[in-house]
Design a protein around this ligand. Sequence first.
Ligand code: DX5
Ligand code: ZN
Length: 222
Amino acid sequence: MNILTAPSLFACDLINIEKEIYRTEAAGADMIHFDIMDGVYVPNLSIGFDLLRAVRSVTDLPIDAHMMTVNPQNYIQRLADAGADIITIHSDIADTPAIRRILEEIHNYGLMAAVALKPKVPASAVIPYLDLCDMILVMTVEPGFSGQSFMDMSEKIRMIKEYIGSDPISIQVDGGINEETVKVCAKAGANVFVVGSAAYRAKSMKETLTNIKNNAKEAYCD
Ligand code: DX5
Ligand code: ZN
């Protein structure tokens, strides 16, 4: 699997977002992670469609909309119109048939689909969705805020990697990822790394993302 970095724009200097996007590109990021929060699924509000559209207008990097919202099905069309490439929804926002319908709808718009697991949700929660997922997101913090401490989810990642087998499904981690914490995640089988504060607060984002990628490649178990 390709090892990829996905800086989380939510953690950037938002007043200078255009410059931050160019800085992100120049640092060699592979995609942009775009956190959408509704104040219901998580106790925080973040950024929405209009900003996603604006971001889309200045970059060709793939954009992953991480939907921390209770009713993501209400927003798929608008996310597609605004220019998202990947939509990630949480596993615990609806029952299995409803989640499957949302993933199918995401694919019907020609986008990639991912299911996210909060720290307390077990690995087995992804099993009913593997045939409809391009990526699984394992949260390594409670969703809602940047800058929290990393929680080791290696065991969960390992189990998901087993369920996936040889299917081309990425495993992404999000929350507290830096040059050190990336290692246990990659060793367990994660290959896509969301980086918020460690990227945007680094002296050199390029150096940090390069180190994260190199450390991940070194530790990655296939
Ligand atoms: C948290 C968000 C993350 C966050 C990551 O709920 O999903 O994407 O911005 O930020 P760090 O890397 O600082 O934990
Ligand atoms: Zn996120």
